[in-house]
Design a protein around this ligand. Structure first.
Ligand code: IVH
Length: 679
């Protein structure tokens, strides 16, 4: 009896702790995913979630469906089944010039009583997929794609995994509407898109052409845990007819914000069409610096009664229009294609272009992704091609100007031999990637070494690709561990080196022994193990030995380590050559245990937020960001009052201007590197 009541007491205590944890976790998810202003570290957040999972495992019968632990793996039964929208999801008609916008304004005013004042709300047009999210009594009950506007597809299980979508509205009890139909855009942030495509190249999978396709592909996954790993986000921009609707669209947006949704920070109420046109001109300068793709701006009549009066024609409202910016494109000739074998053996094609100016820089190379991409676009050597900048960073071939063909163009041949070793190249079924099958291909070693010594990995200063190539040619270095056996004399005798630079290199190599287990694990180049996974593994297992001894179950139990990564780690450690390399590294004195203290020391930028803009003299954008992140900083793609430093290079544009306007410190690459080096 006594035991029973003890048990009941314990249960009550646990359940109330769980409810508190849910509230706390929801709040931190809101700070992180909606406001982009986290208040605690990822580790602290994980700890809260772990504790909640622990309690929920003990009392599974008492887990509510909207617990933050239930984002993935909920009811997926109705996935993709047809859903009839409460009111149709309208589309927008398009305008491409100021003249068309003025004509729209004229139509609007003519349809309203004479003398009506018409205010517009200006919003970014987010390049993603329209979705309707239905909340009953404040709880998300259904999410659906637009479909044909009347009937869409049920994507509830997948939308639940998007952390910027509240499962429960953040409203006081009294303000929770019976029913709320939130319309908005599911999109993939640019950084997530770049990361996803990098991982897909590694895995030999076809890349997504742009963030919108990536978002669409991610939302259409049958397994919602895949969607959960895709870092999708959501912007709310409209309340479907019904409860929760105010008389001004701008008040609806404010309400959505209050209810816990992300609403674009760039919306603005303007008094008339001329100000709307000014907004559009200005927004064109702002949008390259945003963390997400936009393809235009949307004008909406602010007064909801006016909207009702205006109504809709077919599938477009008469009270709103989308202005579409001309895409940034350039035309040039594809002169050649070079194939390069990466450190995983995958061959990637790069297009060599006749140099052309695009978005303020001269472009002479474009990514062609893989052979499917080349074939899909019908690309031939010598073709006139139109290129653009995908996600602002990598130029990409959009299409071939077929009308410019002369007949001299040549088919692109699939390489049958590795450009590095001449070894046979294969293409696994279902994979877009071509791979060199030679396990001893010098490209693997060369690229692997470059990766090992790189700033993001062991950070060996002065140990770049050309120096490493020399060391390999001379037979001084065959694998990464050989670096630690180099002598000052050997280093001094290399081309373009001398006594002083030789000594400096050896010192840098020796210093890298202390880089830490996380960097070492990343440096090994284990497939699918990026910097973040390496850090998690180092933190979780504490030593290389412990990690080597972990079995599949133990690996897969680590949060963020999926079965693919787990399998890849096991495979890596099972290769005798890799085991020998690790033994050699350990014998050379490379640190193989996780030392928390070293983390503090290696984080000179902790707590600071950086924005990178323009072309830096030596660092690529993602390289600079990786360095900043590695030093404990946060990176953002847009400048705000919360930004501590803007690192500006050549051709820096609107972000630099915004930094000056807000009084944010602007530094150059040299100053940034100096800050990194400070302990
Ligand atoms: S309003 C009645 N606002 O653009 C409301 N749409 O080309 C109609 N879109 O289907 C939509 N950003 O997927 C609206 N701020 C925004 C938007 C936006 C992106 C998309 C939406 C729509 C498409 C029309």
């Amino acid at each position: 009896m006594e035991e029973d009541s003890l048990f009941a007491e314990e249960k009550e205590r646990s359940l109330s702790e769980a409810e508190n944890l849910r509230r706390t976790i929801r709040h931190h998810e809101y700070l992180y995913y909606v406001l982009d202003a986290p208040a605690i570290s990822d580790g602290e957040y994980d700890k809260l979630v772990r504790r909640l999972r622990e309690i929920e495992a003990a009392y599974p019968e008492a887990v509510p469906a909207d617990s933050p632990t239930r984002r993935v793996g909920g009811e997926a039964a109705g996935l993709f089944s047809p859903v009839t929208h409460l009111t149709p999801l309208l589309s927008l008609s398009n305008a491409y010039s100021a003249g068309e916008l003025r004509a729209f304004d004229k139509r609007v005013r003519e349809a309203l009583p004479p003398g009506s004042k018409v205010e517009y709300v200006m919003e970014p047009k987010i390049d993603g997929l329209a979705c309707s999210l239905l909340y009953e009594k404040g709880r998300l009950v259904r999410a659906a794609t637009r479909g044909d506007g009347t009937t869409g597809e049920d994507v509830t299980a997948n939308v639940r995994t998007i952390k910027a979508v509240p499962l429960v509205l953040r409203l006081p009890e009294a303000e929770v509407p019976q029913l709320l139909d939130v319309r908005g855009e599911v999109y993939m942030p640019r950084a997530a898109f770049v990361r996803l495509n990098e991982a897909r190249v590694e895995a030999g999978e076809a890349e997504f052409a742009n963030p919108r396709n990536a978002a669409a592909g991610s939302l259409r996954q049958l397994d919602s845990s895949v969607t959960a790993g895709r870092s999708l986000s959501f912007f709310a921009y409209y309340i479907g007819d019904g409860a929760g609707s105010f008389d001004l669209h701008s008040d609806n947006l404010a309400f959505l914000q209050k209810a816990g949704f992300k609403v674009s920070e760039n919306y603005q109420v303007v008094p008339g069409i001329e100000e709307a046109i000014a907004y559009i001109e200005n927004f064109d300068k702002v949008r390259p610096g945003l963390s997400y793709d936009t393809d235009g701006a949307v004008l909406k009549v602010n007064s909801v009664p006016q909207q009702r009066r205006l109504g809709a024609t077919g599938k477009d409202p008469r009270w709103a229009i989308a202005y579409k910016y001309p895409p940034e494109q350039a035309e040039t000739i594809l002169e050649d294609i070079v194939w390069r074998t990466g450190r995983t053996g995958v061959l990637t094609p790069t297009g060599v272009l006749a140099p052309v100016r695009l978005s303020g820089s001269v472009i002479s190379r474009a990514t062609l992704h893989n052979i499917d991409f080349i074939r899909g676009k019908g690309i031939k050597l010598g073709d006139r091609v139109v290129i653009n900048k995908a996600a602002e960073i990598i130029p990409e071939v959009l299409f071939v100007v077929e009308s410019a063909r002369t007949g001299e163009e040549k088919e692109v041949a699939i390489p049958t031999q590795c450009p590095d070793c001449g070894g046979p190249v294969v293409r696994k079924e279902g994979e877009a990637a071509l791979r060199c099958t030679n396990p001893h291909c010098p490209a693997l070693g060369r690229e692997g070494l470059i990766h090992f010594a790189s700033r993001e990995a062991m950070n060996i200063e002065g140990c770049g690709p050309s120096l490493l190539a020399q060391l390999q040619e001379k037979g001084l270095v065959k694998d990464a561990a050989d670096l630690y056996a180099l002598t000052e004399e050997e280093a001094a005798n290399l081309e373009r080196m001398g006594e002083k630079s030789g000594a400096k290199l050896i010192k840098a190599i020796a210093a890298s022994k202390e880089a830490g287990l996380d960097r070492l694990l990343f440096a090994l180049g284990i497939r699918h193990v990026g910097a973040k996974a390496a850090r998690t593994l180092a933190e979780t297992f504490g030593s290389l030995k412990a990690l080597q001894q972990a079995d599949e179950k133990e690996l897969a139990a680590v949060s963020d380590i999926g079965p693919k990564i787990a399998q890849s780690i096991l495979t890596y450690f099972s290769v005798p050559g890799n085991q020998r390399l690790l033994e050699k590294l350990e014998a050379a004195g490379v640190k193989t245990v996780w030392d928390k203290k070293s983390v503090g020391k290696a984080q000179p930028l902790a707590g600071k937020t950086f924005v990178f803009t323009g072309t830096l003299p030596t660092l690529g954008r993602s390289e600079a960001q990786a360095l900043a992140l590695g030093a404990g900083a946060k990176c953002s793609s847009s400048v705000s009052k919360k930004t501590d430093y803007v690192v500006a290079g050549e051709e820096a544009g609107s972000k630099l201007a915004k930094a000056h306007a807000l009084g944010v410190a602007v530094i150059d690459e040299a100053a940034f590197l100096k800050m990194l080096a400070e302990k």
